[in-house]
Design a binder for this molecule. Structure first.
Ligand code: CA
Ligand code: CA
Length: 461
């Protein structure tokens, strides 16, 4: 299933530094975008903490706290034992649900045992800006330069779910003696909970390949995105004791070679699958009305396709009723998504992961924030009524400024986001001198009060 529906793009400028905002329209909702952190290296996990900060891992081993209001970032620890090779490194993170009283931080990372890559889950304690007192909860899981899974999430009964990949060995996923290719469940002290499918086993579900998205909805449904091979990326609903098919089944139970295995093993089919693959990664749930078009949707980042996929769910959360694609290729590879309690959304851009094409300022965290004053937000009519000519231009750019924007501030940015011209839009007809500017793409922004209109313009000589 893959339905692309068109969306209205007013303006977005992918490579701007954090000082510059752009505005887009999602349905009828105006949303501002801005980078709240730049210069990162493969941010892997971003989550919203109880301190109104973004907690973040970067794959090479750093854990940080980021204030999205100021962009201030505080390093909490650099973990020396982390082994980053290919896809391996410092990966998933979760915070204790009662963090004020129990400031535990759960982290998954790969490490070397001799020459072999392994994976471990470690609980750290947060105190005054640093992480210390590591307690290993589970280790010795096979790791690899590929397929390490490693998302974490904690449910309302304080049980931790931990995805593992097949580490490139497909036989692991159906092997109930292996912890690879599984979703594991444990108590927050690392013990095995009562009610797991098998006594004395962490295994909660099996038959997974490389699940790297994991989220629990307010209704308690667990969703997990999973990377397929050349075909069949999946979105799954995780149910205790179920087999998710890999490597015998890819995507739906729809091939003659799959149906017998599916029947014999009670295989749980995905609620969505994608061929060709998108490289599906971090997933969030959007319960808010702040961006009403996204209410009751999964928001799933994709690496290869470099887009945010919105999966609108049925009222019971069991089915995908609509799929929309946002920000396709605008920022590059998207690794993870975090949803703040007020409905803001943050995505982690991952162009420095060895498979991307880094842009100036990468990697970054981008915020999508519903415009604070929708009354004053530029309507499509007002936006469309900004006329810029000629375009392409050479030594001068002329524009007809909509009436409501006169008296605003007019700015011209180059493709690296540097401000190259600024003046007041003090009348409705403006001429901007552009002598001595280099050929290339520029962004023209007119801003007044809460209103902002932008246009991409091209200088050619
Ligand atoms: Ca499957
Ligand atoms: Ca199939």
């Amino acid at each position: 299933m893959k339905i692309f529906t068109p969306f209205l793009l007013l303006a977005l400028w992918a490579a701007l530094p954090m000082t510059v905002q752009s505005q887009i329209t999602i349905g009828s909702t105006q949303v501002d975008t801005q980078s709240v952190a730049t210069g990162l290296d493969t941010p892997w996990e971003i989550l919203w903490g109880p301190d109104d900060h973004i907690w973040m891992t970067e794959r090479y081993g750093r854990v940080s706290r980021l204030d999205p209001q100021t962009g201030e970032r505080q390093t909490l620890i650099d973990i020396d034992q982390v082994h980053e090779q290919g896809e391996s490194g410092l990966l998933g993170m979760a915070l204790h649900p009662d963090f004020q009283n129990t400031p535990y931080v759960y982290l998954v990372y790969n490490y070397l045992s001799g020459s072999s890559i392994r994976e471990r889950l470690v609980r750290y304690t947060y105190d005054q800006g640093s992480l210390s007192s590591p307690a290993v909860l589970l280790e010795g899981i096979d790791g690899s330069s590929i397929h390490n899974g490693a998302r974490l999430v904690i449910d309302s009964l304080d049980r931790l779910y931990f995805t593992t990949g097949d580490a490139g060995n497909t036989a692991y996923s159906q092997d109930l003696n292996s912890l690879n290719g599984k979703i594991l469940r444990m108590n927050l002290d690392g013990s095995i909970p009562e009610g797991n499918p098998f006594p004395d086993s962490y295994i909660y579900t099996w038959g997974h390949r490389n699940p790297q998205g994991l989220v629990i909805s307010p209704a308690g449904i667990i969703y997990s995105s999973e990377h397929g091979p050349a075909s069949d990326d999946e979105m799954n609903i995780i149910e205790k004791g179920r087999n998710y098919g890999w490597p015998d089944v890819m995507g739906y139970c729809d091939e003659a070679s799959e149906t017998t295995f599916c029947e014999d093993n009670n295989v749980k089919e995905p609620i969505a699958a994608w061929t060709p693959t998108l490289a599906v990664a971090g997933t969030g749930f959007y319960p808010h009305e702040a961006i009403p078009e996204w209410t009751n949707s999964l928001l799933m980042t994709t690496l290869k396709e470099s887009e945010l996929v919105q999966l609108k769910l049925s009222a019971d959360g069991k089915e995908v009723v609509e799929e929309q694609v946002w920000f396709d290729q605008w920022f590059g590879r998207l690794r993870d998504v975090a949803v703040a309690p007020d409905g803001r959304v943050f995505v982690a851009v991952s162009n420095r992961d060895g498979r991307g094409d880094p842009r100036p300022g990468d990697d970054r965290i981008v915020e999508f924030r519903p415009s604070e004053s929708t009354d004053n937000a530029p309507t499509p009519d007002e936006g469309n009524s900004l006329q810029v000519y000629p375009n392409p231009f050479t030594n001068a750019l002329r524009m007809e400024v909509p009436g409501g924007m006169t008296g605003g501030k007019l700015s011209l940015y180059d493709s690296k986001g540097r401000l190259v011209r600024r003046q007041l839009a003090n009348s409705s007809a403006i001429m901007l001198n552009t002598r001595n500017l280099s050929p290339g793409i520029y962004l023209l922004v007119i801003q007044r009060d809460n209103k902002r209109i932008s246009r991409k313009v091209v200088l050619s000589r």
